[in-house]
Design a protein around this ligand. Structure first.
Ligand code: FAQ
Length: 348
């Protein structure tokens, strides 16, 4: 965060682009808060050692944890198909994708660590059901075409949501997102290409692709979060430039992107109310079942229990790997810091 002038702060506040927080919360003096507000207003990055309001830090940890957990829980539905991929080529691609998701989790847990929260602590909260992961991963993958639908729609929704996060005000999160988005683009294309292959296949393969799209379409729209008027965090997150667009704006963007892609795939989207609104310059679409969304968030989705049970089991079964890595680190550290006994030759 570069030094800011009082003028910049005043100007930003006049434009209404910063949250003017009265007094000195979080033990900050007015100058620290003004510097933070002005840096955000000037589109500068907040870095780990910069002063930041406690609420900003907490909101970032909340969102980044939810995001990191989504990446690693999101490995499960697709991993279900690795052993049943229809060819060696498809299996290699799917394995690479699932490994990428693990990597995304690592980048995000590491980025969250820069805010003073350890990966262990976040994982404990996930396993105890005290932190969320994306609703989308509580749906089952019933056929091979679901791998294509996840790539096209779920990764597609993820990119739409995450490209603006590359401009997030918090430096480590924004930088992690640049790499993640590049990889997500590959994921989206593999899903699209998979569905294209099925769409050009036998009638049974086309039906399987259509059925997968029918099941994944609405849950994908729910990935963007509740409607703006019910989104608890959007307003403040946008003031802080953690989020750059509202949930509904991004959802609309995603629908507009998907409609021509579905046409190119020869598939339909399961929404009779979907039509081009010339006046708005966007597609109108039908109402989302927010009751279903809330039920999934409460833990009552088709796979919530299965996903958490599997995650806890994987964590327990991986304990020996963590123990071995920790023991190696201690040994390596000790070797590096032990002064070697001087040899007779060296002391001569
Ligand atoms: N599912 O006030 P808002 C991926 C929660 S990664 C579950 O609108 P916010 C890659 C929200 O956390 C997919 N919970 O919240 C991949 C909050 O709960 P809290 C994940 C949801 O933060 C592909 C409450 O509702 N992507 O797909 C959902 O401003 C294939 C109120 O909501 C990210 O996490 C939901 N759909 O906006 C991996 C991106 N929506 O904390 C593997 C980063 C909302 O009060 C395989 N996250 N909630 O208890 C974000 O951009 C935001 O956090 C939103 C929600 C947009 C998800």
């Amino acid at each position: 965060m570069a030094a800011v002038t009082a003028d910049q702060t005043t100007q930003a506040k006049a434009q209404g682009t910063v949250q003017a927080t009265a007094g000195g919360p979080d033990g900050a003096d007015g100058a620290q808060l003004a510097a933070f507000d002005a840096a955000v207003a000037a589109d500068e990055r907040i870095e780990p050692r910069d002063w930041m309001p406690d609420a900003y830090r907490a909101s970032l940890v909340r969102q980044m944890a939810q995001h990191a957990h989504s990446e690693i829980i999101g490995m499960q539905p697709e991993a279900n198909w690795i052993s049943r991929a229809p060819s060696l080529r498809r299996k290699a691609i799917l394995m690479a994708k699932v490994q990428d998701e693990a990597g995304h989790g690592l980048y995000l847990y590491s980025a969250a660590e820069t805010l003073g929260t350890s990966r262990e602590e976040l994982l404990d909260k996930l396993h105890a059901g005290r932190q969320r992961y994306s609703s989308i991963f509580n749906y089952p993958t019933l056929t091979w075409a679901d791998v294509g639908a996840i790539g096209w729609l779920v990764d597609g929704a993820a990119i739409t949501n995450q490209v603006p996060l590359c401009r997030c005000s918090y430096g480590p999160y924004a930088r992690a997102m640049v790499r993640i988005c590049k990889e997500e683009s590959f994921h989206q294309r593999q899903g699209y290409e998979l569905l294209l292959a099925l769409g050009r296949g036998t009638p049974a393969q086309r039906d399987m692709a259509q059925d997968a799209v029918n099941r994944w379409w609405w849950p994908s729209l729910m990935m963007f979060g509740p409607p703006d008027d019910a989104s608890a965090h959007s307003e403040q997150s946008m003031i802080w430039k953690i989020k750059r667009h509202s949930n509904d704006e991004l959802r609309q963007r995603f629908v507009d992107i998907c409609v021509p892609q579905a046409e190119a795939l020869g598939l339909t989207l399961p929404d009779p109310d979907l039509w081009w609104n010339e006046e708005r310059g966007h597609h109108d679409f039908g109402s989302i079942d927010w009751t279903e969304f809330q039920e999934v968030l409460k833990g009552n989705g088709p796979c919530n229990e299965q996903r958490l049970t599997q995650r806890r089991r994987a964590h327990e079964e991986g304990a020996w790997v963590r123990d071995a890595a920790a023991a190696y680190a201690v040994k390596h550290h000790a070797e590096k810091h032990t002064t070697p006994t001087p040899t007779a030759e060296a002391t001569a």
